[in-house]
Design a protein around this ligand. Structure first.
Ligand code: BES
Ligand code: MN
Ligand code: ZN
Length: 514
């Protein structure tokens, strides 16, 4: 990962491949953002005009490259768009953290192949340092594990065959300022774990089966002093986890339930995070058609997010207990697979008639939610690439939030907004429940087609323990970016929900949530 440093050095004297500056979209054209005063001055006041001549407007995501002014050690200036200029009368209002994060990410992506860049973006307080740091580390991400023929040391999953930016110095941030340092450390810890989650999502399913994922979780837990427990097929059988076993029944790679317990001696609250971890979703006997299965290695994104969030909580030493549950299985068709028509006896004791084996996520989550509920946590949040219906409803960048408590749903939404993860609150309409009535079992795993994301949420609600506050994040849209990279979001696994979960843990620790 890119190495981040804080620096008070002057931009002109820095030995770097490039200086990154911010450009905002002003009413009358591009405006050079604060932080780049020294750079602008070296162009003798012509910088905004030069940028305009080059076609720059200051729009979000825009990258304009120009030769550095004479006297600068760095040869190149990279001007990155910050979007609309903030209101002047708001007393020199700072740029929105998400605008800084996105701009830093776009610049980092434009600098692949470079060894070192200095970022002279506007820094107000420590939260700006965190946003820029996060944007750089997340934007510079590339997945190159499986690139064998690209030139040595220049392998990259970012499509241009160049290595990611190696080093970034954040100018305007103060290396001796305690808050700036803490902000950088937090950004680094979370970005590192988030990028690890992206690696897991991008790893092909022939290399990441439930046992492999569990082994990685075990090793990481050990490294960070987290208690870990892995239930294999035998243990799941003994415990009566019919949902997880039913989904994993068709695969040659057996299912696992991983429990990660991070505890703090100063904790007053306990959060449980539950992740859907289908390492590959073929649909099972209700096989997905071609065109709907090539990206289904991403169906463990929820478990990857939970995993990253628990490790982050430990690295940050948050004063809250966080238990992560990874419900891992591979959904495959075979002679031993669960059939449409089978009835599963779930961990909760309820029976489920499986009408469609492609509605498998709710089955593994049901067992994990019930298991999580047994510890009576203050709240449970599950994260899952659960339904195509949620993608139709909210598109590919926004996740849906459902909950059994209005205040908690709003709190989760606020946390998501705070960290820059687009999300929207969705209802759980009671009338949709009867569509899942089964003539044979307590409930069926499918209901009405319309509102399929909400139906799935209603199914999960049945497996949350009595009186436990619960929220469900359906991340099927934003978990995996099939389009081109944007801002700090790469192609492929995105790591969506990691930062929302970490923020929820922080807010719970500080007593600002529930
Ligand atoms: N993993 C899929 C949902 C999904 C779709 C994730 C697109 C990411 C992108 C899930 O297991 C699934 O197949 N859901 C079905 C449910 C249906 C059979 C009730 C769906 O949404 O079609
Ligand atoms: Mn499915
Ligand atoms: Zn699935």
């Amino acid at each position: 990962m890119t190495a981040l440093t804080l620096s008070t050095a002057a931009a002109s004297g820095l030995r770097a491949d490039a200086i990154v500056i911010g450009v905002a979209k002003g009413a009358k054209g591009p405006v050079v953002a604060p932080g780049a005063e020294a750079v602008a001055k070296a162009y003798d006041g012509s910088l905004a005009g030069v940028l305009e001549t080059l076609g720059a407007s200051g729009a979000e995501g825009e990258v304009t490259k120009l030769p550095a002014p004479s006297g600068f050690k760095a040869p190149l200036v990279v001007a990155v768009g910050l979007g609309p200029e903030p209101d002047k009368d708001a007393n020199g209002a700072p740029f929105d953290a998400e605008a800084l994060r996105k701009a830093a990410g776009s610049a980092a992506r434009a600098l692949t192949g470079a060894k070192k860049a200095a970022f002279a973006l506007p820094v107000g307080d420590a939260s700006d340092v965190a946003a820029i740091g996060e944007g750089v580390l997340l934007g510079a991400y590339s997945f190159d594990t499986y690139k064998e023929t690209a030139p040595k040391n220049a392998r990259s999953g970012n499509g241009n065959g160049k290595a990611p930016l190696a080093e970034a110095a954040l100018l305007g941030a103060k290396p001796r300022d305690k808050e700036h340092k803490a902000a950088l450390e937090r950004a680094t810890a979370v970005a590192e774990e988030l990028n690890r989650a992206r690696d897991l999502i991008n790893t092909p399913p022939n290399d990441l089966d439930p046992a492999a994922f569990a082994a990685i979780a075990q090793a990481a837990a050990k490294e960070h002093g987290i208690k870990v427990q892995v239930l294999d097929e035998k243990a799941l059988e003994k415990g009566g986890y019919g949902g997880i076993l039913g989904v994993g029944a068709g695969s040659a790679s057996g299912p696992r339930l991983v429990k990660l317990s991070y505890t703090s001696s100063k904790a007053k609250k306990h959060l449980a995070f539950v992740g859907k971890g289908i390492t590959y979703d073929s649909g099972g006997i209700s096989l997905k058609p071609a065109g709907h299965n090539e990206t289904m290695k991403c169906d463990m994104s929820g478990a990857a997010a939970v995993f990253a969030a628990v490790i982050s909580a430990a690295r940050l030493g948050l004063e809250v207990n966080v238990t992560g549950w990874l419900a891992l299985a591979e959904n495959m068709p075979s002679g031993s697979a669960t059939r449409p028509g089978d009835v599963l006896r779930m961990y909760s004791g309820k029976t489920v008639e499986v009408l469609n084996t492609d509605a498998e996520g709710r089955l593994v989550l049901a067992d994990a939610l019930w298991a999580a509920s047994q510890e009576k946590p203050d709240a449970v949040v599950d994260v899952a690439t659960l339904t195509g219906a949620m993608v139709l409803a909210l598109g590919s960048r926004t996740f849906g939030i459902m909950a059994n408590d209005d205040a908690f749903r709003s709190a989760v939404h606020e946390a998501a907004e705070e960290v820059g993860e687009p999300a929207w609150q969705m209802p759980l309409p009671e009338h949709l429940r009867k569509g899942m009535d089964s003539p044979t079992a307590d409930i069926a795993n499918m209901g009405e087609r319309m509102g399929g994301g909400l139906v799935a949420g209603l199914f999960l609600r049945e497996f949350v323990g009595e009186g436990i506050t619960w929220a469900h994040l359906d991340i099927a849209g934003p978990a995996f970016n099939e389009g081109g990279p944007f801002g700090y979001t790469p192609k492929g696994g995105t790591g969506t929900a990691v930062r929302t979960l970490v923020r929820l843990a922080e807010l719970t620790a500080s007593g600002d949530l529930g």
